[in-house]
Each structure stands twice: as C-alpha cells, then as structure tokens.
Design a protein around this ligand. Structure first.
Ligand SMILES: [Zn+2]
Length: 307
C-alpha cells in the first residue's frame, strides 16, 4: 500500500512551499501514509514498517472538532474582546450567569459529544452526522466562515501527520531521544517548524501577507493542540511515562510565535482553552485581560495548576 493521494494533496494544500521536501523525506525513509479499515477510537499514528496509519473516522473526528473551535469562538471571543477593552476582570463564574451563555456552552459540549460518539460507534456508518455541520466529503464550503474551518482542519490534520512522520524518522535513524516524552516534544517541534519556518517563501510566491499566513497556520496548530488535549482525556492531561503533560506541549507550541500580542491566533487559542477548561471543570482563575497572548498563557497556567 502506498501513501494516499489524499495525504499528498493535504500537504500540497497546507504547506505548498514544503510539499516536495516532505515528499522527498517520505521517499527517503520509505514512509507511507496508509488509510486502514474502520475501527473504534482515534487511530492516526506511526506503526511498524514506516507506516503512518489512519482511519477515515479519525480524520472525520478532527473535522467535527474544527466546528468545536468555531463554537468556542462563539462562546468566548466577543466576551474576551469586551473584557480587554474595559479592563474588567474576566471571571468565568460571572460569564456563566450571562443570558444565553449556557446555551452556547451546551452547543460546544454537544459537538464534543458528537466527536466522542463517532469515536466509539460500533461502525463509522452507525454514527449519525450532526445537523448543521457539513460533511467532509462535500469539500471546501463556499461561505467564508466554514471555508476557514475547512482550512484550519486541514492544517491541524497536516500537523498531526507531520508529528507522526518525525516518529518514523527517529525510528529509522535509531536516534530517538532517551526519554519518550522528549521525543513527543521533538515531533511537535518538527511539525511546527515544517508549517511555519518557510512561510516567507510561500508569502512571496502567493502574494499573501506573511503575517496573515502565519496567523492562520498557527491557528491550525492551535486546533491540533486542542484536539490532542481532547483525545488525551481528562485523566491523562498531566502526562504519563511516555507522554508529556498537555500544558507542557501547549507551552512549547506557543513559544517563539512571531505574532503580535493581540493577534487573532491568541484570541482563537484563548477561546478554545477557556471552553475546554470549562468543559473539563478545570479551575479558571479570575484574570485581567491585558492582551490576548497574556490571556492564553494564563489559561495554560490554569491548565497546569488545575489538573
Ligand atoms: Zn507522538
């Protein structure tokens, strides 16, 4: 079996400036991205024989999760903007008392419920697709908001595939870090570097402003990071023998991001973090929103302290 065209097209679309480089790496290590038969759970990982295996239901879980990201923005983005402009303290308990907020939170919860249902269904076809969320087979939606979610989901999926590709490289080279937790950080760093470090080339050839491309790519990585938290489950957020804590991975991901402190990337990640922390009943300390970046970093600290 060979690398699927879908994955090739994914890299072409998400990181066009590095698609041929990725292809060379894949060929050099004889790596393959294989679509495997349906099975329960989230299955997208590096297996034996340099193969990165994935199921259709796993990429569909990420697709649904992209809509959880949109809902997180609906729940919190405008409130965060308001708190920042007023200089008021953001207090999650007060937010919860705002009319209609419970309904917004409930919608977020129900999308996450759908992701879980898809993961645990006996067969992928047993899952009833939620009303109001377009199906992935229909391609990139025409309206701007859904098209943006499509792009972010593609970016998040590419990030996860690139992370797994680095595991394949470590295994082939026989130079994996001694501590498997360090390997996870290195794989995240590899994926992020692939998606970020040559954006200037893409900006030059495409004419898109470099900062806007960086913002969007980082939002895609934030979506992947949020998904990793969700897929890990509350009981394992603090990490394990083989996996670092999620707050550690989030901190590493947002380190050295060349975007302004009030870039939308930070607003997106903050909104997602707020929604997820609330979903998992992790304590969110009242805080002044000096800028979106400081809020994001404060929420990562809440995640660290609250698990
Ligand atoms: Zn990994």
């Amino acid at each position: 079996m060979e690398t699927t065209d879908t994955v090739r097209k994914l890299f072409d679309g998400v990181v066009p400036e590095r698609a041929s480089e990725i292809e060379s790496i894949v060929n050099y290590y004889d790596a393959q991205f294989r679509l495997i038969g349906d099975r329960e759970g989230f299955n997208l990982d590096a297996g034996g024989f340099s193969a990165i295996q994935y199921t259709s239901r796993s990429t569909r879980q990420m697709w649904l999760f992209g809509y959880a990201g949109r809902q997180a923005l609906h729940c919190y983005a405008s409130l965060i903007v308001l708190f920042k402009s007023r200089g008021d303290t953001l207090d999650i308990n007060e937010i919860s008392r705002i009319p209609d907020q419970a309904a917004e939170d409930e919608t977020f919860k129900s999308i996450l419920g759908s992701v879980k249902d898809l993961s645990t269904a006996f067969h992928e076809d047993d899952f009833e697709w939620p009303v109001g969320i377009p199906e992935p087979e229909k391609g990139r939606p025409s309206d701007a908001e859904r098209a943006a979610i499509y792009d972010l989901t593609c970016m998040a999926t590419a990030f996860v595939f690139l992370h797994e590709l680095k595991h394949i490289i470590f295994s082939a080279e026989g130079n994996s870090p001694e501590d498997p937790k360090d390997e996870e950080y290195c794989c995240d760093e590899f994926a992020k570097d692939m998606m970020i470090s040559r954006i200037n080339q893409y900006a030059t050839s495409s004419g898109y402003p470099e900062e806007k491309v960086r913002m969007k790519r980082m939002m895609g990585i934030a979506l992947a990071s949020a998904f990793i938290l969700f897929a890990t489950g509350k009981g394992r957020l603090a990490g394990s023998e083989t996996h670092p804590p999620i707050h550690g991975r989030w901190s590493a991901t947002v380190k050295d991001v060349n975007l302004s402190d009030d870039d939308w990337f930070w607003l997106y990640f903050s909104s997602f973090a707020l929604a997820l922390l609330k979903y998992y009943s992790i304590a969110i300390q009242p805080k002044v929103v000096n800028n979106y970046k400081s809020l994001c970093l404060d929420l990562i600290s809440d995640l660290e302290n609250g698990i």
